[in-house]
Ligand binder design. Structure first.
Ligand SMILES: CC(C)(COP(=O)(O)OP(=O)(O)OC[C@H]1O[C@@H](n2cnc3c(N)ncnc32)[C@H](O)[C@@H]1OP(=O)(O)O)[C@@H](O)C(=O)NCCC(=O)NCCS
Length: 149
């Protein structure tokens, strides 16, 4: 059984992060503080991490890793952990700590990874509602001063 409502999924672009238009839209919304880093492996795009200042309150956090995504072939090899470390270091240099990160409650692998990397749960809240279905997310944050970076 899926985690998101079928009619919601039906209305979404299939594999949005595999689409050049989606990548262009993400990059176009970067500014001096919010930065998308694209990772290339052997000259091929492998994924990205996007980080910047929080746009709404998330506990005491001033910075946030807004999105992180790796194409399937590049997962579970330590790359995501390295990208998170890099994004945290960038936010620390920009004085945007503590750093938050979020995941849907059903994204157990991502939540396990963030917790293993030292992030602690801050909040559980509604991410969005669709057709009577409430989808929740967990907000996590790395305590200040950042450890392990
Ligand atoms: C979530 C995501 C960014 C994590 O990146 P990743 O590169 O897969 O993560 P890592 O490899 O650093 O760590 C993941 C697991 O692989 C393990 N791992 C690390 N290096 C490894 C290696 N060399 N070989 C095998 N496994 C390894 C880690 O121990 C970790 O296990 P754990 O989660 O049980 O602690 C990535 O899996 C992804 O893009 N997923 C789909 C999109 C998504 O869910 N994004 C997050 C939205 S909030």
């Amino acid at each position: 059984m899926g985690h998101l409502p079928d009619d919601l999924l039906a209305g979404l672009e299939s594999g949005p992060w595999h689409s050049a238009a989606a990548w262009r839209a993400v990059l176009a919304s970067d500014d001096d503080a919010t930065v998308t880093e694209i990772v290339e492996i052997e000259d091929e795009p492998a994924g990205f991490v996007r980080s910047g200042p929080v746009d709404a309150p998330r506990g005491a956090c001033r910075g946030i890793i807004q999105s992180i995504y790796l194409l399937r072939d590049y997962r579970a090899k330590g790359l995501g952990s390295a990208l998170i470390d890099r994004a945290r270091a960038r936010l620390r240099d920009a004085v945007l700590t503590p750093v938050a990160i979020e995941a849907f409650v059903f994204n157990a692998p991502a939540l396990a990874l963030y917790r293993r990397l030292g992030a602690r749960d801050i909040d559980r809240r509604t991410a969005f509602e669709h057709g009577g279905v409430v989808v929740e997310e967990i907000v996590l944050g790395w305590p200040e001063p950042p450890s392990g970076v």
